[in-house]
Write a protein that binds this ligand. Structure first.
Ligand code: JHZ
Ligand code: ZN
Length: 421
C-alpha cells in the first residue's frame, strides 16, 4: 500500500535536527483536495510548522506523499486574471534579461521550461514572446489542458528523469521557471541538481514563492497547509544554492500576488551574462535580521494572531446568524479551507463556497464538507454576506460580483484582520 505521509526530522536545506515547533493546527484534512459525491471520508494528517535554528527555514513536521496531493489537481492557474497578467509581464521581463534575446543572437531560438506548468498559463506567454516551450507537471489532467492550448508537457514530477527528457526534446534551457512550487518540494537538493543539469551555463532559474516575511507581518497563517512543506526567507535560500554552485543574482517582490510574492533569479556560479544585484540581497538579509526572523521569537507570536482572528471571525458570524443573516464563502482556495477548518466552520456557518473553477463545482470542501457551487448561486439565492476566503483576490472577486453588491450583498475578509468591506 502507498505510504500516505511520513515524518520530517531533519531540515531539508541544512540537515540539522535543531527544529523547534511553533504552530500546531492538530490533524487537518488535505485542504486542496475536493470530495466527489459518494467518495470516502477525508484523510487527516498532523499540520505543524517548525523553525530550523541553524538555517532559519520554516518547514512542516510531515511530508504527505506528493502522489496523493498532486496527481489529479483541480487548481487551474488561468482562472485568476490577476495571475494571468502576472505571467505575461514575467515572460517579458525574463526575456529582457537574457543575453540571447538581444539583437545579433536572434538566430538561436530561446528555450523555456516551466516546472509544475499547470494548465500552461505561464508558458503560453513565453511562447508568445518567441520561446520554444516545454512544461512538466504531475497532473495528467492539467498536461492535457496545457496541450490543447499549444503547450507541450511532460507528465511527471521534476527531477533528473524529467530534466533528461526535456533536454532530449528541446536541448539545454535558457530559462527554467518554478512559480509557486518550490515550497511544495521535499527533496530540494535533488530538485536544484536537476535544474543545474538542464540549465544552459548562461541561463536563469526563476522561482516565485509567497515570502515568509509577509506571512509573519500580515498574519497569513492560512497559507500553511500540507502542500507547503517550506516557508522561505532569503537567508536559507542562499545556503541552499551555495551548495549547488549557484547563487542568487536578483530579487523582486510583488505585493499583490498571493499576499506578497518573492521572485528570485538564480544563476550558475561563473555566469557573468546576468549581473548580480548585491545591494538588494543585502537589503533583504538586513531586513530579515532587523525583524528578528532569523530567531524563533517572532514565530511564537503567529499562533496568538491566528487565535485572535479566529475569535473575531467566529463572533462576527455568530452575531450575523443570530440576526437571521445568510452567510456564504467565496473562493474554494486551499488557504480558505485551512481557515474554515481552523475555525471549525461547517454548512451551518457557511452555506456554500462559491468558486469559478468548473472542476471544483459540485464537489465538497475536504474536511468541512461545505458544497462548492458556481457563481449564479449568488444571484439566485441572494445571501446577505459573502466571506472572501482568498483575500489575495478580494478586489478581483468584488469587481466580478458588482451586480450582487448592487442588490445589497456585503463582502467580508478575515485576513490580516476580520472586517466587513
Ligand atoms: P488562490 C494556490 O493556493 C495553490 P490557493 C497552490 N497550493 C499554491 O501554492 C498557492 O496558490 C500559492 C477562485 N477564484 O489562487 C479560484 C474564483 O472563483 O488564492 C481558486 O479556487 N474567482 C499551488 O488555493 C481560489 O478562488 C475569481 O475571480 O490558496 C483562489 O485560490 C478568483 C480571482 C479566484 O490560491
Ligand atoms: Zn536548516
Amino acid at each position: 500500500m502507498m505510504e500516505e505521509w511520513k515524518v520530517n526530522k531533519n531540515c531539508r536545506i541544512c540537515s540539522s535536527n535543531n527544529l523547534i515547533k511553533y504552530f500546531d493546527f492538530g490533524k487537518m484534512p488535505l485542504v486542496d483536495s475536493f470530495i466527489g459525491a459518494g467518495e470516502p471520508g477525508d484523510l487527516r494528517v498532523p499540520l505543524e510548522v517548525m523553525f530550523c535554528q541553524d538555517c532559519s527555514l520554516s518547514q512542516l513536521s510531515v511530508v504527505v506523499n506528493p502522489k496523493v496531493l498532486f496527481s489529479n489537481y483541480l487548481y487551474h492557474s488561468s482562472v485568476s486574471k490577476t495571475f494571468s497578467e502576472h505571467c505575461l509581464s514575467m515572460a517579458r521581463e525574463v526575456k529582457g534579461l537574457l543575453p540571447g534575446a538581444t539583437a545579433g543572437v536572434a538566430e538561436r531560438s530561446l528555450k523555456a521550461l516551466d516546472i509544475a506548468s499547470n494548465d500552461g498559463c505561464l508558458l503560453k506567454e513565453f511562447k508568445k514572446e518567441g520561446f520554444e516551450v516545454i512544461g512538466v507537471d504531475p497532473a495528467e489532467n492539467l498536461c492535457q489542458i496545457a496541450g490543447q492550448s499549444g503547450v507541450p508537457s511532460i507528465s511527471g514530477f521534476w527531477g533528473m528523469e524529467a530534466a533528461n527528457e526535456a533536454m532530449t526534446r528541446v536541448g539545454k534551457l535558457d530559462v527554467i521557471t518554478a512559480t509557486n512550487v518550490f515550497a511544495h518540494v521535499d527533496d530540494l537538493h535533488g530538485f536544484v541538481d536537476a535544474v543545474h543539469h538542464a540549465l544552459a551555463d548562461d541561463g536563469v532559474f526563476v522561482i516565485e514563492f509567497p515570502y515568509l516575511g509577509n506571512l509573519l507581518r500580515y498574519h497569513e497563517f492560512d497559507t500553511i497547509y500540507h502542500e507547503h512543506l517550506s516557508y522561505f526567507l532569503v537567508k536559507p535560500l542562499l545556503t541552499l544554492f551555495s551548495r549547488h554552485r549557484m547563487h542568487i543574482a536578483n530579487l523582486q517582490e510583488f505585493e499583490h500576488m498571493h499576499g506578497g510574492t518573492l521572485r528570485v533569479y538564480v544563476v550558475k556560479d561563473g555566469n557573468t551574462m546576468i549581473a548580480t544585484n548585491k545591494g538588494i540581497i543585502q537589503y533583504y538579509l538586513q531586513m530579515e535580521e532587523r525583524e528578528g526572523w532569523h530567531t524563533l521569537q517572532p514565530y511564537l507570536r503567529l499562533e496568538e494572531h491566528a487565535q485572535r482572528i479566529r475569535k473575531k471571525t467566529v463572533e462576527t458570524l455568530q452575531d450575523l446568524r443570530s440576526r437571521g443573516k445568510n452567510i456564504v464563502a467565496y473562493g474554494a482556495s486551499a488557504k480558505g479551507n485551512t481557515f474554515v477548518n481552523y475555525c471549525c466552520f461547517d454548512k451551518e456557518h457557511l452555506q456554500v463556497v462559491v468558486d469559478d473553477t468548473p472542476h471544483k463545482q459540485g464537489k465538497l470542501y475536504a474536511g468541512t464538507r461545505i458544497p462548492v457551487v458556481a457563481r449564479d448561486w449568488l444571484l439566485r439565492e441572494k445571501p446577505d454576506y459573502v466571506l472572501i476566503l482568498p483575500w489575495n483576490f478580494a478586489k478581483e472577486i468584488m469587481a466580478k460580483n458588482e451586480e450582487f453588491r448592487a442588490q445589497g450583498g456585503k463582502f467580508m475578509v478575515a485576513i490580516p484582520e476580520m472586517k466587513i468591506v
